[in-house]
Design a protein around this ligand. Structure first.
Ligand SMILES: Cc1cc2nc3c(=O)[nH]c(=O)nc-3n(C[C@H](O)[C@H](O)[C@H](O)COP(=O)(O)O)c2cc1C
Length: 372
């Protein structure tokens, strides 16, 4: 089977971005330009995911990926068939109830109801896997834990390359031991959710910067590593390749493109000087995710419980109502630390510019380049 780098003319992966951002048009533009376009199956039904796969196949014949969220365990310490998320302590219902009471004013303000916190915790994992095994795609990546080895093996037998996110060297080792083809090293700079395998408030503030993480992961595993977090320029891609990555995965950079399905207010906020910084917050979903600091994050972040996906379900109608009203202060404005460097370029053109910058940076190195 070919490796990720064999599949791609350029070592550039467009990050999967759930919530309607990495739509087929975006993934197609990136894949057509020689990068790897990605669909995000998170929060979608299996059929919704399949419809997007079919749409993407109609737009490009080039390789692409589909990203799947790992299910969250039911009970404290419960095993779920996944090695990564197993053992995570579940929040007590009381903490979610307190948070729901604190969000009541938001529901009144946006003239909506809070969502049903018990709307499910497996994100349709089994049904999505069944689709991906029935009608294989070139690449599948997993977030929030590690699939069981037999799942990875089944995908491999069908010719699908498997990638799993890790945020520490220990998690990267678990990814390798489960039999994935490559690991995505996600630095703390990254926009959106940290793909931590076992969420715990004890780890808050322990996130590792990408270059430091990359070196630790390279010295721990022998499988290829994809570097992700805060990468906005080709020179940064050159840096992670020089540090041992096989490719770079960029989210925020592609979020700003016209093909991305992000809300216009979200795109504008990336370079709006009113949004001066990003933070990791549990305010919207109950799991740490990086976004532009806005009113909702400031008001609710400090006491939001570690309760994913209950908090995600709870805030879903609030986020939808804020988006409908175009109110960036109530939306989840996921963004990485490099957001100010976002460029409003068509996605295919962005890939070309990144490749040119990468080549320039590689040849500028005294040792003669950082190329692969
Ligand atoms: C809006 C948004 C949504 C995201 N959704 C997902 C997702 O569904 N699955 C996933 O594996 N990663 C997701 N991520 C994280 C990315 O995979 C990646 O780690 C991150 O974008 C890299 O940092 P950067 O945004 O600074 O480039 C998301 C990131 C953003 C910005």
């Amino acid at each position: 089977m070919s490796s990720l780098t064999d599949l791609l003319p350029h070592p550039i992966v467009q990050a999967p971005m759930a919530g309607g951002v990495s739509v087929p048009q975006l993934a197609a533009a990136v894949s057509e330009a020689g990068g790897l376009g990605f669909l995000a199956a998170g929060y979608k039904t299996a059929d919704g995911m399949y419809q997007e796969i079919k749409q993407l196949r109609g737009l490009t014949h080039r390789p692409f990926g589909v990203n799947v969220f790992m299910p969250q365990p039911e009970h404290p310490g419960a095993a779920t068939g996944s090695t990564g998320a197993a053992g995570a302590a579940r929040p007590c219902a009381a903490a979610v109830e307190v948070y729901a009471n604190q969000l009541a004013g938001e529901a009144t303000w946006y003239e909506t109801e809070l969502g049903d916190r018990d709307s499910g915790r497996d994100d349709g994992y089994d049904a999505k896997l069944a689709v991906l095994l029935d009608d294989p795609v070139p690449v599948v990546s997993f977030h929030f834990g590690v699939p069981a080895p037999d799942v990875l093996e089944s995908l491999r037998r069908l010719g699908t390359l498997t990638l799993v996110t890790a945020t520490t060297a220990e998690e990267a080792l678990a990814v390798q031991e489960a039999g994935a083809d490559a690991v995505i090293a996600q630095g703390v700079e990254a926009g959106g959710h940290q793909g931590t395998h076992r969420d715990s408030q004890e780890n808050d503030g322990a996130g590792i910067g990408l270059l430091s993480l990359l070196a630790q992961v390279r010295e721990t595993v022998s499988i290829p590593v994809v570097a992700s977090g805060g990468i906005m320029r080709g020179s940064q891609i050159a840096a992670v390749l020089a540090a041992g990555a096989s490719a770079a995965q960029l989210g925020t950079a592609f979020l700003a493109t016209p093909e991305s399905g992000a809300h216009p207010a979200h795109k504008q906020a990336l370079t709006d000087p009113h949004f001066v910084r990003t933070e990791l917050t549990r305010a919207f979903s109950g799991r740490p995710a990086r976004g532009l600091v806005n009113r909702f994050m400031r008001e609710h972040g400090p006491y939001a419980p570690a309760a994913y996906p209950e908090v995600h379900h709870l805030t879903s109608p609030l986020r939808k109502a804020a988006a409908k009203a175009g109110d960036a202060q109530g939306m989840a404005l996921w963004a990485g630390q490099g957001h100010r460097l976002a460029r409003d370029l068509p996605a295919g053109r962005l890939v070309e510019v990144l490749v040119a910058e990468l080549q320039e940076a590689a040849t500028a190195l005294p040792a003669g380049g950082a190329g692969r």
